[in-house]
Each structure stands twice: as structure tokens, then as C-alpha cells.
Ligand binder design. Structure first.
Ligand SMILES: [Zn+2]
Ligand SMILES: [Zn+2]
Length: 271
């Protein structure tokens, strides 16, 4: 993110390769954790259907102590067990990704490979692919928002004064905009439900949340793409909060364009 704030393109390009080279240890840890999350997702789905299916068979017979003390099946059995218990397979893209990441995780955790390079873009793509496959489409923004709300500073430090926090909706908008620029149009359409080439507007619902904060400055909005865009049903939908403009838009008395959202009392063009 700090490189994106550097205006000099030459410096950015020079720094970029060095930056990612220096980031390899952090990216390797991230790659391992992403695979760990993959396994948690599979275990969770299996557990929802049949809790006993994730326990190693020989231990099922024993009178065991606490459930957390049972040994669970190894990662190599997860996909097979998922298929048996849920009577379906995860999609092909997820399965390919799962094996690819498993190899990388094993290399990092149990071996040394001087030629291994973890690509930041690929890791970000993988997170979106895993989330869509295991949680569902259009749910990344709400999951990310929940995560931001669970951060210790959100829960503790400012618990008595919400207005002191940096608006979570603004963090989301900045993060999504960086991801859209980095991952490109086709990936954004498929996984972020947003086409950066199409016309978009600021979402009055997200804007309402952001404007609650005492230091709100409209220039902050320049950091990201406006998040309201026509969806496949030709309705304006916010890719961050899911707000769909359902009421007919009125003519705005300020800019005289048709775009006034009656529900949120805001103009899509002026805000
Ligand atoms: Zn919104
Ligand atoms: Zn207007």
C-alpha cells in the first residue's frame, strides 16, 4: 500500500522487485496460513454434517476425555472425506488450488527450496477463490467487515466512542480498490462483482456510515472506486455493503440529474 502512495512511477518500479524479494519470509508464512485456512474450511464443512467423520477411526472407540483431545484425520484425507460426507466435491478450481497450495505449504514447512518464490498477487487471488468456493459468492466484503469489527482496537480501545475509529467501510473501499487495480477487470468481475470499466457511483448507505466519523473528508473517497454499479439484473448494487437501489431515483435539486435516492436522502452524482 505504501508503494501505491509513491507518485514517482520509476521509483515504484525500482522498489517493487526489491520490496517483494524482502517480503518472501512474510509471504511464505501467509501461504502456509492460507492452506491452513483451506483445511479448516474443509474440516468445518465435514463437521457440520458429521462430527465423527473428522476423528481418526481407532480413537472413536476409546472413551475419550474432551472432544478437543481427539485426533482428527490428516490433511491428505480431507478432500476424500468431504466428498463422502457431503456427497459432492468442491469445484475444480478449488481442488487444483488446494493441491498446489498443499505442495507449497509442505515445501515451506518441511523442506528448503531456494527457487521457491511466493507471488503476492497469486496469494490474494487464492484468498478470493477459496472464499467464494467455501463461503459463497458476494460474501467477501461482509466477511472482511466482520473481521475488522473483531479487531481488538475496534472491540476495546474505542468501545465507548465509535467515531474515533477509522471508518471500516472506507478501509474496505481502499482495500477493494487496490485489489481491483492489481487483479484486473476479469478477475474483479468474477470474484469481486465489480467491473472497473463500467460506470459506478458512491453508495449512499456506505457513505452514510462513513460520514458518521468526525474527521470525514470527502477527499478520502478519492482513494477508491465508487462501489455502486449495475448488477446482472440491471439494478444498482453496492459491491461492499450489498445495498440495492430499489426505489425510483428522483431528479436531484442540486445537480438536476436523475439520481436522488429517496431511502438514504442522497444524490448518487453529488455525493
Ligand atoms: Zn454500500
Ligand atoms: Zn445531485
Amino acid at each position: 500500500m505504501f508503494l501505491n502512495k509513491c507518485d514517482d512511477l520509476d521509483i515504484r518500479q525500482d522498489c517493487l522487485a526489491d520490496y517483494w524479494k524482502a517480503s518472501q519470509p512474510i509471504l511464505a508464512t501467509a501461504a502456509v496460513l492460507i492452506q491452513q485456512a483451506n483445511e479448516f474450511f474443509l474440516k468445518g464443512k465435514i463437521f457440520e454434517k458429521d462430527p465423527a467423520a473428522i476423528i481418526v477411526t481407532s480413537e472413536k472407540q476409546e472413551k475419550l476425555k474432551k472432544f478437543s483431545e481427539y485426533k482428527t484425520i490428516s490433511a491428505s484425507e480431507l478432500l476424500k472425506t468431504y466428498k463422502r460426507v457431503l456427497k459432492k466435491e468442491p469445484n475444480k478450481e478449488f481442488i487444483q488450488l488446494y493441491y498446489r497450495k498443499r505442495n507449497i505449504r509442505n515445501t515451506i514447512s518441511h523442506s528448503i527450496d531456494d527457487t521457491l518464490v511466493i507471488n503476492f498477487q497469486q496469494e490474494v487471488k487464492d484468498i478470493f477463490i477459496i472464499h467464494k468456493s467455501m463461503v459463497g459468492p458476494k460474501l467477501w466484503a461482509s466477511s472482511r467487515l466482520k473481521y475488522l469489527e473483531e479487531l481488538p482496537e475496534t472491540k476495546l480501545k474505542f468501545k465507548n466512542d465509535d467515531s474515533l475509529l477509522y471508518p471500516r467501510e472506507l478501509i474496505l473501499m481502499e482495500e477493494f480498490s487496490l485489489a481491483i487495480d492489481m487483479l484486473g477487470k476479469d478477475f474483479s468481475k468474477e470474484y469481486l462483482n465489480f467491473n472497473p470499466e463500467n460506470e459506478s457511483f458512491y453508495c449512499p448507505k456506505c457513505l452514510g456510515e462513513i460520514m458518521r466519523y468526525y474527521y470525514y473528508d470527502s477527499k478520502l473517497m478519492d482513494e477508491g472506486y465508487p462501489s455502486l454499479q449495475k448488477n446482472t439484473d440491471n439494478l444498482l448494487e453496492c459491491y461492499l455493503c450489498g445495498h440495492i437501489v430499489r426505489t425510483p431515483l428522483l431528479v436531484c435539486q442540486n445537480c438536476l440529474k436523475e439520481g436522488f435516492d429517496v431511502q438514504y436522502k442522497a444524490c448518487l452524482h453529488c455525493c
